[in-house]
Write a protein that binds this ligand. Structure first.
Ligand SMILES: [Ca+2]
Ligand SMILES: [Ca+2]
Length: 332
């Protein structure tokens, strides 16, 4: 018994001696958790540009893409394929939260799918244009802004994609739980695949001279007939976007009922000089059951995730995908 007591005292002395060593600067300090404090803005942050005077007065906070797994083995630390950190700012105005995110990305990846004109066939007086889905590796750049819901260990998520949600100035709401991302309730989607029964649904009857990455329904589109009657300016190799959107979505908010919980997050972005700048905005309390209520004075545990030219792969991971360390978001 006596020998055990002596051993215990010896360990205590060793522990005290070890702590004393910290004062000599021999131990790496534990990194502090970043805190993004939302500022009560005096004016409306722009939703037609991700820049503006509101943001110049708010100090950006860097959050690092972490080497530590977030959801088991599914998440692989980003390498050179994605940025190592993202800069975050936040503001509250008129009962809505605005979050501004800036990150580096060498490629503006915006063509998730498309069609290509591969050949013409002459059938009597008609010209048959053959379009094939262009199988390409290109995906989109994407971001997830994740709010931890401590009530049930899930995460409320704002999902932004560089074409298929940004084209309609929206992000999509979702819940992340047990490695799965489940979209919020809603019957209207941001964009639709330009595809039905093996052919593109919408195609301009005269030319492929679309100026954007999405077809805008109805301005850019005509009902497609694969026997193209006036194929004047089409050439083999011309492309058709693989997605189309209802132009109404780009004109601003429609009714809350039409938006649903799925499309209740607004988005505006720019890509310039190898940098994305993105502003996301959602009501603090949307009233929808699948959204976290952000209350005044709350501190919320957050994560950000990004991809470079990739869909999120929760079951596989990729060096083109990264999750940040946890950070706090303080609501004023
Ligand atoms: Ca990219
Ligand atoms: Ca929602």
């Amino acid at each position: 018994m006596k020998s055990l007591v002596l051993l215990f005292l010896g360990l205590c002395l060793a522990f005290v001696a070890g702590c004393g060593g910290d004062d000599d600067g021999g131990v790496t300090p534990v990194p502090s958790k970043p805190v993004v404090t939302a500022v009560a803005a005096a004016s409306h942050p722009s939703l037609t540009s991700p820049d503006g005077a509101v943001w110049t007065g708010i100090t950006p906070v860097a959050v690092e893409v972490t080497a530590t797994s977030f959801v088991g083995k599914q998440v692989v630390r980003s390498t050179a394929a994605t940025a190592d950190s993202l800069m975050v700012q936040a503001a509250v105005y008129n009962d809505s939260l605005y979050v501004r995110i800036v990150w580096e990305d060498a490629t503006h990846d915006v063509f998730p799918d498309r069609w290509a004109l591969t050949e013409f066939q002459i059938l009597g007086d008609d010209t048959l244009a053959i379009f094939l889905r262009d199988t390409i590796a290109s995906k989109e750049d994407q971001v997830l802004l994740m709010f931890e819901n401590t009530a049930d260990t899930s995460w409320d998520v704002w999902c932004w994609r560089s074409v298929t949600t940004d084209g309609v100035w929206r992000a999509e709401g979702a819940t992340f739980a047990e490695g799965e991302l489940t979209l919020d309730a809603g019957s209207n989607f941001a964009v639709m695949e330009n595809y039905f029964a093996g052919t593109p649904v919408y195609i301009h009857e005269d030319s492929s001279e679309f100026t954007g990455y999405l077809l805008h329904y109805p301005e850019d589109t005509r009902d497609f007939n694969i026997l193209v009657r006036s194929i004047r300016t089409w050439e083999v190799g011309d492309l058709i976007p693989g997605w189309y959107m209802d132009t109404l979505w780009s004109l601003g908010p429609t009714t809350a009922t039409a938006r649903g919980s799925l499309l209740d997050t607004r988005a505006v972005s720019s890509y310039s000089g190898g940098m994305y700048t993105l502003v996301l905005c959602r009501a603090l309390n949307t009233g929808f059951a699948d959204d976290l209520v952000l209350t005044s004075g709350a501190t919320i545990n957050m994560r950000l995730a990004l991809t470079n030219n990739l869909d999120f792969r929760f079951d596989a991971g990729s060096s083109n995908q990264g999750f940040t360390e946890a950070f706090d978001l303080k609501i004023p």
